[in-house]
Design a protein around this ligand. Sequence first.
Ligand code: 1GP
Length: 245
Amino acid sequence: MKESIYHNIINKNNKKLAILIDPDKADEFYINALLQLADRGQIDFFFVGGSLVAENPEKIILNLKKHTRVPVILFPGSLLQYTHSADAILLLSLISGRNPELLIGNQVAVAPFLKKSNMEVLSTGYILINTGSITSVEYISNTVPIPDNKIDIVVATAIAGEMLGLKLIYLEAGSGAQRTVSPELIQNVKQNITVPLIVGGGIKTEQQIKNICNAGADIIVLGTAIEKDLKQLIDFSEIIHSYHE
Ligand code: 1GP
């Protein structure tokens, strides 16, 4: 039996890099280049999905799976992005918001499909953080992100997510965010939960990656910065993988 992805996340004392692939933006050239880097151990996970995509992720997921052993994880922005061809799915509950469809409605709709699939289900408390500008995920989800200076609210939300049994907590500034989730916020959340912490949105410099790693993120998600300049991935990956706790 293949080792579970979650088991791998919680049992290895290292930080991991997830590359977010937006099915609408990834051409063949980009995917091939990512596959080569994955081959060399520079990518730990592929997350596939987006807030609003015109293309079902299935084609890209099947292509990735055919060419790499790096786990391919569906990161669905909506039910329309569902496919059972990934290795795992982030079953997101948008716990920073009060939109019942994104808290439990969509999960109920997709549960019978997941039950029949072979995908590993990674239940995830998805927490949107407002770092200054309105992001696609905020607009599309019709929820209010938690302001990044309300540390107590973010921490309480993360604790509640863990208490409800969610296996991962994800602090999301939104794709292309001008500012990342702050290290202070990450540190406060990390000190109050025991489940792995994913952080993403707006991360584009080595210094930001170091700060986010030092603050306690376990999985760092990069999308836009890598789409813009793929070469950076090598250095970014080295920094993330240099951390051993
Ligand atoms: C994943 O939405 C992020 O959490 C990705 O954000 O595209 O800004 O890297 P970027």
